[in-house]
Design a protein around this ligand. Structure first.
Ligand code: CO8
Length: 372
């Protein structure tokens, strides 16, 4: 039986941080730190904070700005992290709140009510707590009968969750699944580090995966296949976790925040992703040239161009492989889903599209779609 993506939703936080604002703040922080610790820096006891540069950021990544859930605190050089008010147990959690914004939009696009949904998956790079699951909180808030669970697969959380949802609907364990990606990543960014302070932004995305027979949305995409691949790598890592308490670790130590060997990631992941996509298409008798649209993971413009060039032999335009990272930056697993949300309404029945994520783990996930 056919399974479709029956509707998609995107919630964009209202606050924007530009490259200029980020660089001004980091450079002022660097001056303050380097002045304060001039003696220790001179003796080699401490490392100087290195300054950032707007032109470097645009050239190295394609990122021009990012949306953030909470802007307050991020640019304050005496803080360098968002100021997030803690919520009580009986209040809606931050992540459930943003998940609900995207979920309601996906339900509306699919013309579904919560009664039509049998399962909820919240899948993203971080959840704000381990239990009760954010997905169960969202299920409760929407009044959905059935079951819900959280999944963590870093950059590939969205594609891996869609893969699960596809299987759940195919096997009949759910008629329709709401997959949500509330990516609140800014609290894990080291805003004092020029190598990574510019990379990420916050967002929430959602999709309804359901039986084609039940689908009522205006734009439906049949899932022709889903593939996944993982390979262990330490090149993108965060050591923050529940054991940190036992280590007596400083939760803001550099290794507890997002850090990466960006060059190695670039070199290792691009060929893996290109090969994965070629193999996935071949499995279904397609070649890259037959794909009308590529909704690629949004980590770095140069990375996407290299992958697309390997696949197609030349650089595709924005219509074939749309970029959203100039406005959103890297939003962990949600990047390709943002691209889908913004670039699918013009597609015609029969058009083929490929949704693909790649990144931390390493993890690569892809779904081959056909407009119905
Ligand atoms: N301003 C000025 N100079 C800079 C800056 C800056 N902001 N940043 C770095 N430099 C310097 C470096 O320090 C280096 O100087 P030196 O040679 O003196 O050390 C020089 O510029 C060159 O640096 P790089 O070689 O690192 O520069 P690149 O051209 O490789 O660009 C990138 C860096 C943009 C990071 C690039 O390597 C890249 O994008 N790689 C791939 C990254 C990637 O895809 N990562 C995956 C991200 S993980 C993910 O998607 C989800 C993870 C889970 C979510 C986490 C949320 C917090």
């Amino acid at each position: 039986d056919k399974v479709v993506i029956g509707g998609a939703g995107l919630w964009t936080p209202e606050h924007v941080v530009t490259n200029e604002e980020l660089v001004t703040s980091l450079n002022a922080y660097a001056d303050q730190f380097n002045d304060r610790y001039a003696d220790q820096i001179a003796s080699g006891e401490k490392e100087a904070v290195r300054k950032s540069d707007v032109d470097f950021i645009v050239k190295a990544s394609g990122i021009k700005q990012r949306h953030v859930y909470i802007k307050d605190g991020i640019l304050d050089i005496d803080r360098m992290k968002p100021r997030i008010p803690e919520r009580k147990d009986d209040e809606l959690s931050h992540q459930a709140e943003v998940a609900l914004h995207a979920a309601r939009r996906a339900l509306e696009a699919a013309r579904k009510s919560p009664d039509d949904i049998d399962a909820v998956i919240v899948s993203c790079a971080y959840t704000e707590r381990y239990y009760p699951a954010i997905a169960i909180e969202v299920q409760h808030a929407l009044g959905i009968e059935g079951y819900a669970f959280d999944m963590l697969v870093a950059c590939s959380a969205a594609t891996f969750a869609l893969h699960r949802a596809w299987e759940m609907v195919r096997t009949g364990s759910a008629r329709s699944v709401l997959v949500i990606n509330p990516e609140l990543v800014t609290p894990q960014i080291n805003f004092c580090d020029r190598d990574s302070h510019f990379i990420f932004g916050d967002v929430a995305t959602a999709m309804v995966v359901e039986r084609a027979d039940d689908a009522r949305g205006e734009d439906q995409f049949e899932i022709l296949g889903a593939q996944a691949h993982t390979l262990y790598s330490n090149n993108i890592r965060s050591n923050f976790g529940y054991l940190s308490r036992g280590y007596d670790a400083d939760p803001f130590a550099v290794d507890k925040l997002f850090h990466q060997e960006g060059r190695s990631v670039f070199k290792e992941v691009c060929p893996m992703a290109a090969q994965h996509l070629t193999d996935h298409l071949a499995l279904h008798g397609f070649t890259p040239g037959q794909v009308r649209r590529w909704w690629l993971h949004q980590a770095n413009i140069n990375m996407n161009q290299l992958i697309a060039k390997r696949l197609l032999g030349s650089l595709p335009d924005n219509d074939v492989a749309p970029t959203v990272l100039d406005q959103y930056a890297n939003t962990a697993s949600a990047g390709s889903i943002i691209a889908f949300n913004r670039y699918h309404r013009d597609m015609k029945a029969g058009d083929i599209g490929m949704l693909c994520s790649f990144g931390a783990g390493y993890s690569i996930g892809s779904l081959l779609l056909r407009k119905t």
